[in-house]
Design a protein around this ligand. Structure first.
Ligand code: DGL
Length: 279
């Protein structure tokens, strides 16, 4: 095992890099390790049990790499696996380690963005079916009406690196239309899937004026910074960045394909390594 104790950041594939980018900008002084389960993405259409099993394997792998803290930078995993991992698995497998998700920090603040109290949520089928956003937003902002739309084709588009093609225009348009049909009062759309910010330009180009699009990266980053302030014992366990290897990237999929696609939106060359999960 490495002597490092990085913050682990996990996603089913490339999307979590949109969260990692914001986190590393806010918290540049820590070591990070990113794991994308590209070989088994997309998670969105998979059953509760499968997403839970895959996510648990990824979390255990990140713990084995020395991470005291793991962020599930994946809404589908946060919706379908986080609670069980926190309540059932952690006390048994790693009582001093912690796993955080992306839904809670987002729902704590999302109601502050809307003036009409009508919010649209775009997510994977799994996230939408879980009802997690409706339930959690209802706790913090009971007056806000939540409309959801699953965009099943968006994650495969991004994973294949086709998000800037003309093919993407029609796919984005169809899904936005299905959401906006549900209410004329939606003034805020949340991208509740970490892959979707890669489609931001296409989304904004198709929307009527007056509708804002929110992605989660900076929300999750500031929530994590606040968490570390509130939990100094955890903060002290995380190793501090010392040079160019402060961020390590792993994929369960093809390494060179991951590197090619990841560097497109990381803004710099990404050197990835192979990860093998037990399943
Ligand atoms: N980035 C994941 C999310 O936020 C995508 C899930 C998938 O693989 O379908 O939900």
């Amino acid at each position: 095992m490495s002597s490092k104790h990085p913050i682990g950041v996990f996603d089913s594939g490339l999307g979590g890099l949109t969260i990692l980018r914001e986190i590393t900008q806010s918290l540049p002084h820590y070591d990070f390790i990113y794991l994308g389960d590209n070989a088994r993405a997309p998670y969105g259409p998979k059953s509760f049990d499968t997403v839970y099993q895959y996510t648990l394997e990824a979390v255990e792998w990140l713990f084995q790499q020395g991470c005291p803290l793991v962020v599930l930078a994946c809404n589908t995993s946060s919706a379908k696996a986080l609670r069980t991992i926190q309540q059932k698995d952690l006390p048994v497998i790693a009582p001093t380690k912690r796993v955080l998700g992306v839904i809670r920090p987002t729902t704590e603040v999302i109601g502050d963005y809307t003036e009409t109290d009508h919010i649209g949520i775009l997510g994977t089928q799994g996230t939408v079916d879980s009802g997690s956003y409706k339930i959690e937003i209802g706790k913090f902002f009971p007056d806000v009406k939540v409309y959801q739309q699953a965009c099943s084709e968006w994650v495969p588009l991004v994973e294949k690196g086709l998000h800037q093609t003309e093919e993407a225009d029609a796919i984005v348009k169809e899904c936005l239309g299905q959401l906006l049909e549900q209410s004329p009062y939606i003034d805020t759309i949340l991208l509740a899937c970490t892959h979707y910010p890669l489609l931001m330009q296409k989304i904004e180009a198709q929307l009527p004026r007056g509708i804002q699009v929110i992605s989660q990266g900076d929300i999750v980053a500031s929530s994590l910074a606040a968490y570390l302030k509130r939990h100094p014992a955890m903060e002290q366990q995380i190793s501090k960045a010392a040079g160019p290897d402060a961020i390590e990237f792993f994929t369960t999929g093809d390494v060179s394909s991951f590197q090619d696609k990841a560097s497109q939106f990381w803004g710099a060359k990404v050197l990835a390594q192979q990860a093998t999960l037990p399943g």
